[in-house]
Design a protein. Structure first.
Lengths: 1309, 91
């Protein structure tokens, strides 16, 4: 770029950027000024919540645009800054100096040493999962409910989930999901002979075998058996890795990676209960096991087949000959049911590259035996049967690497799957029990699966290893297409049983399968940030998900996903809408009634929705309520009276007394209550003859009635007992509707504001012992608060109130039916839905615009819909995915995304993507040309389905992409050439060129992963063009190692290049090295800074604190961690504290002791910092504040707040697609309460897979300073007796405990 | 004298206990554990743990751009001889 252009650029962007730069420099100071005021430390003396409220409101109003930007860049420190008056003053000061701030001295405005004296209050966190990891590692099929319906059970490593496919709609519904606090390594289903229900066996890391049964009535998994056989943990000789069941359900084998295999005999006792025998050993030492499966032998003695390698001789032979000659054996272990022991029945050598076994149906269904899947071919083997081998067809691809084999990754009976996602159909041709030939044929291509399940009704469930899981309908069996079929008769194996032929097929789009449903999976989630780039009420989560061509950036918004069915504009702005059936027996709604301020419109629902006029409804007046009454009548309540329309269109009118109007009404199909102006209530009932008769009792309320609600009428009843009345004197009263005490008051609740709306619903749950449902009174207040109160069925007393602020507008409530249960739709500044799922009442916002009024809508096409008013439009929508609190907007990417950064000035997102072993598009073209193909000739296969062409190790495809979050589209891409791959990225500006925003990308060329090597690393510097939507290369600086971490640091670039930490400044032709530190142990993977303090994450040696000593131009590492940790991500929580995750699934928080921190900052010369090395490390050590095993590799951490003005917390995302939070406790009482509750929960509800909860959470290091909220939330699943028992221990009522648990969740989101 | 006898018994007891441990738990060390044996056991334990922890397995699969099944297969294969052939015996 020449000077002129540069100037132009500056003119265009200059003002805004300079402002940004200035602010940022201030921000740096601000951070230094205030590091100890963050709530995360939980100071007891200050009231941080109030602080936040006050300050954020002012922030929003007063702050100029640029201020907000600064905060978003400095996610780790932002709100701490906002809260600090000192900083505001600083920012508002005009800028005096233009030199970058390089002082290390931290300005202490407030020293707050006291809370540190009480170590227990220093930091205590509450972990809560917001979205459970959704990658699947095991999937099994069975009839778990005991009905004819086939169901799926999948495991998400630490969670077990029951999925029920609806074969009529093709949708897969999640029925139950349960956290087992352990690692599920294998799952199997079995059924006892003659039974109709499947049991579930779990092989986990608990050193125990667990058998579960699904109880459909209670919707829980029940532990039937739990047998301990070894130590806990994923050890090589403790069984749990492999599970094989006898197809007739008589025995189960549980095996380990090496040596041990145990066989349990399953049987039933006199009462037909499942029994489990003592284990029989089938150990063989010095043997590595590759796979286990149960052979189908009908009712002969059960046989288990294993793929094993014996290493005894290889371990002894220094020449290596024995290793080369060691064979992989297919071994049959027979369980002799008569003698009650296990024998090795048969053993035969197979190819060393065999990886999987598939049992072939036996007994009366087939020839029995196993298919041995080896690299490139499949072999049929069985005792006494001829060995048949057939090659696995390969894709016809000019770019294929012929050296690379094809591996079968998963299979169900006769449908197999290769590594690229190709499905094959294998057929057997047999006479009697002899197999004559096996044939293999390409079937279709789906995503690479970890589990395949074929349902009897012709559906295929594909649990993908990465990305969304799919549910397909099998349209055809693949018999009539033109893909070649290969038979075992056509190929001769060599003497050693191997087959050396290659056969091909041509991949094509789906022909036999039809996609009917998809289950979201965010795995692998590689990076995420919480930002509000589109200026919405709540921040969004931007997450990088997926691998290769299937990868996406997903923008997650808190709210249930809404599917809009229809939108139709109306002539004016309506005020209300109802739907109604015509008779009590109708299945679907017939009319939609829309009320305007002076008219009523009736629409009939049919093929189309049309206006009708001959319905008997009065059109010239607004309407207050509509109800289908009695057997076949309709009711219209309008200000002047009640109109009772009989089936024969005969109309009876009830007129309001002179001078008074009806203001509110509440109805069910038998009872009607109206409120007149002045607060008088009139009650009607439908009598025997279907007439509406007025009760002789009226009641005058103390104030004007603002809302009314009648309890819903249970089927078969003629009358309900309760009426709720809200008055403008801030009260809600419960009145009786009993014949003997009509409109007598029963109870009263005072409120903080005028009630706007009331809804009473029955929700099924176990809160009140003895009854199956609980009656809830939902109260929407004019100040935007929703209250949910339990109404005692016997006394009419109100108790156990839960409060939640929904939005700025008054709350209107509507009763709906969702997922078969009653639910409440609450409309405030955004719509919310309160519904019950898996024994818990959820209250989630909908991802939809604000609505004015709503009603339930039931039609043939849409059994559970909602019709609502927004402005002058009538909208019909449904909600399908309950329980998914985030809804996502995906943006497709090309290669696996690695990291991203946000340009705070232009609000654009820069993503780096790179794929190993992949042809980049230019390489691909070149190679094709070399091979003599013209690119245009070959029809391109969609990489999203078929993947990119695979290259050899050491080849990379990589690109840099700019996304515009406002349009959710890619604005710019730049593919890297010369086999370079991008590894790190940072946004920065340089002090020498203050007006410009730059993007630094760390790349390396010709990288191989094992052994590690590269030809050169590079740091690319790009300049943003086109308002931040494009990039222009400035220059490229070679470095000696892979730059894994880059960071903007005081107007320069801080780079972690291998194990070297360097500061670069911008030069004309390349970056200029300014300062260097080589004392870090392995490889720098994360970098953060606040002021002059730098936090470095090492790939293997945990976090290090360094400071930049400006006077000497030195980077000094002055403190490090006491333990080695393999850092995967980290975040600076405040000036002294860092939170990080490691590759073993741990989360931890480290803090620099405050006194030390102070000393180091005051030590300008850096002599204190340097000190003497201690224990082969830095001079000082960090304190461990919290430690917790999350169970999944953390990929991002951020200090953030989801709720406007809410408390700050640490949000994390995990590799398998999970999102969770750590909330800091604020009072000692809360800590005590939740710790005690957690302890009781561990005793009362030990984890399902048999792992001890405490040892699971302390997998590698004992749990410290953290309470497991997921465990506490399981309190809701306990039986009433156990609930009260724990409650008694805690000196509270069960309702109080539930409220406290719910409060913690509400606080978070 | 009595004391010495006791000690001997203790030692015998300890030895038998160790032997029991060594036979039950593969990889339990003894006085003559060689560097090679130590390394091999450590590597096998490590690979077994990788295979057992699914997130770890998929993490590797993502880095290497391989299928999870192939990563698992490769690790299991490596368990047979993780550190190459054993060194020549000196005696």
């Amino acid at each position: 770029m020449d000077g002129g252009q540069q100037q132009q650029q500056q003119q265009r962007l200059g003002v805004k950027q300079q402002q940004w730069r200035r602010q940022q420099r201030k921000a740096v100071e601000g951070v230094k000024a205030d590091a100890d005021t963050t709530t995360i430390r939980g100071s007891k003396r200050r009231k941080p919540v109030e602080d936040v409220k006050v300050d954020t409101s002012t922030t929003k109003v007063q702050e100029p645009e640029s201020r907000k930007l600064v905060e978003e860049v400095k996610v780790s420190a932002d709100t701490a800054l906002v809260r600090d008056p000192e900083r505001r003053r600083l920012v508002e000061e005009p800028e005096r100096s233009s030199t970058p701030v390089r002082s290390n001295k931290r300005r202490r405005t407030r020293s707050d040493p006291t809370f540190r004296d009480d170590p227990s209050l220093a930091m205590f966190l509450y972990n809560l999962t917001l979205q459970a990891p959704n990658a699947i590692n095991q999937a099994i099929l069975g009839n778990f409910s005991g009905t004819r319906q086939q169901e799926l059970i999948v495991s998400h490593v630490s969670r077990i989930e029951l999925l029920r496919p609806d074969t009529t709609t093709g949708k897969v519904h999640s029925i139950l999901s349960h956290d087992v606090f352990g690692v599920i390594r294998s799952l199997a289903a079995f059924r006892l002979t003659g039974a109709s229900k499947d049991y579930i066996v779990i092989g986990s890391d608990s050193g125990r075998i667990v058998i579960l049964e699904y109880n459909p009535a209670k919707n829980v998994f029940e532990k039937v058996h739990q047998e301990t056989f070894g130590k806990s943990g994923c050890r090589r000789i403790v069984p749990g890795q492999y599970l094989a069941v006898d197809p007739k359900g008589r025995a189960v084998m549980i095996g380990s990676m090496e040596k041990q295999k145990l066989v349990y005999i399953l049987n039933r006792d006199i009462a037909a209960r499942l029994t489990i025998g003592s284990p029989l050993e089938a150990h063989k030492s010095h043997t590595i096991v590759q796979y286990c499966t149960g052979v189908d032998v009908g009712f002969e003695n059960p046989i288990f087949a294993c793929l094993e390698v014996d290493y005894t001789e290889a371990d002894q032979d220094p020449t290596g000959e024995a290793f080369k000659e060691s064979e992989k054996m297919l071994t049959y272990y027979e369980l002799d049911l008569g003698l009650n022991h296990v024998v090795r029945k048969w053993s035969e050598a197979v190819d060393r590259r065999s990886n999987m076994l598939l049992a072939v149906p036996g007994g009366t269904d087939g020839p029995s035996g196993v298919l041995v899947c080896s690299e490139n071919y499949v072999t049929y083997k069985h005792i006494g049967a001829a060995t048949l081998t057939v090659p696995i067809p390969r894709r016809k691809d000019p770019l294929e690497n012929k050296e690379r084999g094809v591996l079968i990754v998963s299979g169900v009976v006769h449908k197999m799957k290769s590594e690229e996602g190709d499905l094959y159909k294998v057929t057997f041709d047999c006479t009697g029990e002899t197999v004559n030939e096996i044939k293999i044929k390409y079937f279709d291509t789906v995503s690479v699966a970890v589990g395949l399940c074929i349902l009897k009704l012709g559906f295929l469930f594909v649990a993908s290893e990465f990305g969304n899981h799919q549910f397909y309908q099998i349209g055809k069996l693949g018999d009539d297409d033109d893909s070649p079929e290969y038979s075992s008769n056509d190929f001769m194996t060599k003497d050693d049983g191997t087959l050396d032929v290659t056969v091909y097929f041509k991949p094509r789009p789906l022909e036999n399968l039809l996609l009917v449903d998809e289950l979201t999976s965010m795995s692998p989630l590689t990076d995420a940030k919480v930002l509000n780039l589109t200026d919405e009420d709540t921040p969004q989560i931007y997450a990088l998900c997926g691998r290769g061509p299937r990868s996406t950036m997903r923008i997650l918004r808190h709210g249930l996903e809404v599917t809009e069915m229809a939108v139709s504009p109306l002539p004016a702005n309506p005020t209300a809408v109802w739907t109604t059936r015509l008779t009590a027996d109708d299945l679907y709604d017939q009319y939609i009634i829309v009320s305007f301020s002076n008219a009523t419109l009736v629409l009939s629902i049919g093929e189309t929705v049309e206006e009708v006029t001959d319905t008997g409804f009065l059109a010239s007046t607004p309407t207050i309520a509509v109800q289908q009454l009695g057997q076949d009548a309709l009711l219209q309540i309008y200000p002047q009276g009640i109109r009772h329309i009989r089936a024969n269109r005969q109309v009876t009118e009830w007129r309001a007394p002179g001078g008074r109007q009806i203001v509110r009404a509440a109805t069910n199909s038998q009872q009607v209550v109206i409120a007149l102006t002045g607060g008088e209530l009139v009650y009607f009932e439908v009598d025997e003859s279907g007439n509406l008769s007025e009760s002789n009792v009226r009641r005058e309320m103390s104030g004007n009635v603002t809302c009314l609600s009648i309890q819903p009428l249970p089927v078969g009843r003629r009358r309900v007992r309760f009426l709720a009345v809200g008055c403008d004197d801030n009260t809600v009263r419960i009145l009786s509707l009993d014949a003997s005490s009509t409109l007598e008051p029963l109870s009263m609740q005072a409120l903080s504001a005028v009630p706007e709306s009331l809804v009473m619903i029955d929700m099924p749950d176990q809160i009140s012992a003895g009854s199956l449902t609980t009656l809830y009174l939902n109260i929407g207040l004019q100040n935007g608060v929703l209250l949910r109160t339990v109404l005692e069925q016997n006394t009419g007393q109100l108790s156990d109130t839960r409060t939640r602020f929904l939005g700025a507008r008054s709350v209107k409530l509507f009763e709906l039916n969702m997922a078969g249960n009653p639910a409440v739709l609450a409309l405030s500044s955004r719509p919310w839905l309160s519904y019950q799922m898996q024994s818990r009442i959820h209250l989630n916002p909908l991802s939809y615009e604000a609505l004015e009024f709503a009603a339930s809508f039931t039609s043939e096409q849409c059994p559970e819909g909602v019709v609502a008013i927004a402005g002058n439009a009538l909208k019909i929508f449904t909600i399908e995915r309950f329980g998914q609190v985030f809804n996502e907007t995906p943006i497709p990417l090309t290669y696996t995304p690695r990291r991203f950064v946000v340009n705070p000035v232009h609000k654009s997102i820069a993503i780096i993507e790179s794929d190993y072993q992949t042809y980049s598009s230019s390489e691909k073209k070149k190679k094709l040309k070399e091979l003599g193909f013209e690119a245009e000739e070959e029809e391109e296969l969609d990489p999203v389905v078929f993947g990119h062409s695979r290259s050899t190790p050491g080849k990379w495809a990589s690109l840099i992409r700019i996304i515009n979050p406002a349009t959710a589209e890619t604005a710019f891409t730049l593919e890297l050439e010369q086999n370079e791959a991008a590894f790190s990225v940072a946004i920065l500006n340089f002090a020498v060129e203050a007006g410009e925003m730059f993007l630094a990308v760390g790349t390396a060329a010709d990288v191989t992963l094992a052994p590690k090597s590269l030809s050169s690393g590079f740091i690319h510097i790009y300049k943003f063009i086109n308002d931040g939507m494009g990039l222009e290369l400035v220059h490229k600086t070679p470095v000696d190692e892979v730059p894994h971490a880059l960071l903007h640091f005081q107007g320069r670039l801080l780079a972690g290049v291998g194990k070297t930490l360097r500061i670069y400044d911008l030069g004309k032709r390349k970056l200029l090295r300014k300062c260097e530190n080589r004392s870090l142990p392995n490889c720098i993977v994360t970098l953060h800074n606040q002021g002059g303090r730098i936090v470095i994450g090492d790939v293997q040696e945990s976090v290090h604190y360094a400071s930049y000593v400006a006077a000497d131009n030195k980077l000094v590492v002055f403190a490090d961690d006491k333990a080695p940790r393999w850092i995967s991500c980290s975040a600076m929580i405040d000036y002294d504290t860092v939170a990080a995750g490691d590759k073993f699934g741990n989360f931890f928080v480290n803090r620099l002791p405050q006194k030390l921190s102070q000393e180091i900052d005051e030590d300008e010369a850096g002599s204190k910092s340097v000190g003497k090395g201690y224990l082969h490390g830095a001079a000082h050590k960090l304190d461990l504040m919290a430690h917790y095993h999350v169970g999944d590799i953390l990929t991002s951490l951020a200090k953030t707040s989801f709720v406007a003005g809410g408390r700050e917390m640490i949000l994390y995302t995990s590799f398998m697609g999970g999102i969770g939070i750590f909330i800091p406790f604020q009072t000692k009482e809360d800590i005590d309460f939740f710790q005690t509750l957690e302890m009781h929960m561990r005793n009362e509800m030990p984890p399902l897979a048999g792992r001890d909860h405490l040892s699971y959470r302390g997998y590698h290091v004992p749990v410290k300073g953290t309470v497991d909220g997921d465990m506490c939330e399981q309190y809701n699943l306990l039986s009433g007796v156990k609930k009260s028992q724990i409650a008694e221990e805690l000196d509270r009522t069960p309702a109080e405990i539930q409220k406290k648990i719910e409060d913690m969740r509400i606080r978070a989101i | 004298m009595v004391l010495k006898l006791d000690r001997n018994e203790d030692r015998a007891n300890l030895n038998s206990q160790l032997e029991h441990l060594q036979s039950k738990y593969v990889g339990t060390g003894h006085a003559d554990t060689s560097k090679y044996e130590w390394g091999v056991n450590q590597a096998r334990d490590t690979y077994a743990s990788y295979v057992g922890h699914y997130p770890m397995l998929s993490y590797f699969a993502l880095a290497e751009n391989e299928s999870i099944a192939r990563v698992k297969f490769n690790l299991t294969e490596k368990m047979v001889q993780p550190c190459g052939p054993p060194p020549e015996r000196k005696d």
